[in-house]
Write a protein that binds this ligand. Structure first.
Ligand SMILES: Cc1cc2nc3c(=O)[nH]c(=O)nc-3n(C[C@H](O)[C@H](O)[C@H](O)COP(=O)(O)OP(=O)(O)OC[C@H]3O[C@@H](n4cnc5c(N)ncnc54)[C@H](O)[C@@H]3O)c2cc1C
Length: 309
């Protein structure tokens, strides 16, 4: 039975089941699909296992006027407590990855960054060591231009293919058209990235593994342990660090319910178990206001917020 908030009729549920295959769930708590472990239910959560099946779901939803939204690994997402009306498309079952020529890789958006890094290493290809310890999917990584001080997706991506959520048409963009910037891109939110092409460099496995190990060791020292999180909450403002600014106003350790500004790293807000998105939003507003008052700097969210309050 449809829940009272769901937009979906019984016949729409049936049609989505037919198009999405086994990976279709209704009234699915999105807390199961985010690293923060926060988020209300999606009317439907679908993870198509091929691009053709994804196209069929998109076309159906468009014809029915059902809203669509994409999630990857959920490692940069704050899903609000009211959940998401309409259909959430998960890329997690789009998993192809292949070597192209000597130094190229074609990769589906649902492949995890860890899998991409391990395949490249096995093919003796370097250039994406910056991904050591960065969670999430390749598609999310493209949209966010994920990276570290060692580099970012912008440096190795040659082309990105998306499907428009309005008509399922394929759009191919070369690197400059993706508008990659620090922790972001201009890849439109009404498209879903389905595959990307990377150009890497020949490198020995020993060299790759040594670089990744030192990045991971550095991260281990700095990152909070033991509580659910979604990495950095705010982007670093030009010439400064969001963590330094938040720490300077004495915000570390501030709690709202089960949500806390981590005592280990001020730009990581963690969920000790059972935190609500509303608690996180309060912490976000408070940290922003305190930094604005003390430093005159407006912090910009790196997390993406989706759903209804
Ligand atoms: C412990 C931890 C450490 C982290 N460290 C780093 C770090 O060092 N550097 C860094 O850059 N980030 C870091 N992050 C943040 C996060 O891992 C990255 O932003 C990552 O690229 C997000 O990918 P995702 O697949 O999880 O995207 P999601 O969180 O699922 O989505 C992020 C955004 O991308 C959109 N999206 C996702 N997939 C697609 C797609 N296929 N097509 C269109 N839109 C899509 C979503 O709608 C959303 O707006 C960290 C997170 C955690 C939890």
């Amino acid at each position: 039975m449809a829940t009272s908030r769901s937009l979906l009729t019984e016949s729409q549920r049936q049609a989505l089941r037919e198009r999405g295959g086994e990976q279709v769930r209704f009234d699915e708590p999105l807390s199961r699909h985010t690293t923060l472990k926060i988020g209300g239910p999606a009317d439907a959560w679908i993870a198509p296992s091929s691009i053709e099946s994804l196209q069929s779901v998109i076309s159906y939803c468009h014809a029915q006027g059902l809203p669509l939204l994409t999630i990857g690994g959920g490692s940069n997402l704050l899903v609000l407590d009211g959940g998401v009306r309409g259909v959430v498309l998960s890329t997690r079952a789009l998993r192809e990855i292949e070597r192209v020529g000597e130094t190229g890789i074609r990769v589906h958006s649902g492949v995890s960054t860890g899998k991409l890094l391990s395949c490249a290493t096995s093919w003796h290809l370097g250039g994406i060591e910056f991904l050591g310890g960065v969670p999430g999917s390749v598609g999310g990584g493209m949209v966010m231009n994920a990276g570290t001080y060692l580099g970012e997706f912008k440096d190795v991506t040659t082309r990105v293919r998306s499907l428009r959520l309005s008509d399922a048409a394929s759009v191919l963009r070369d690197n400059p058209e993706c508008g990659f910037v620090y922790r972001g891109s201009s890849l439109p939110s009404d498209e879903i990235v389905v595959e990307s092409w990377l150009e890497l460099v020949p490198r020995s496995q020993e060299e790759i593994k040594a670089t990744v190990a030192s990045l991971r060791a550095r991260r281990k020292e700095r990152e909070p342990k033991g509580a659910s999180n979604a990495g950095s909450v705010f982007k670093n403002p030009e010439g400064d660090f969001a963590g330094r600014l938040i720490e300077s106003v004495g915000f570390k350790g501030t709690r709202e319910g089960q949500a806390e500004c981590s005592p280990a790293h001020a730009n990581w807000f963690v969920n000790h178990g059972g935190a609500r998105a509303a608690d996180m939003l309060k912490l976000i507003d408070l940290a922003r206001a305190r930094v604005q008052e003390a430093h005159g700097i407006e912090l910009t969210l790196e997390w993406k917020c989706i759903g209804e309050k």
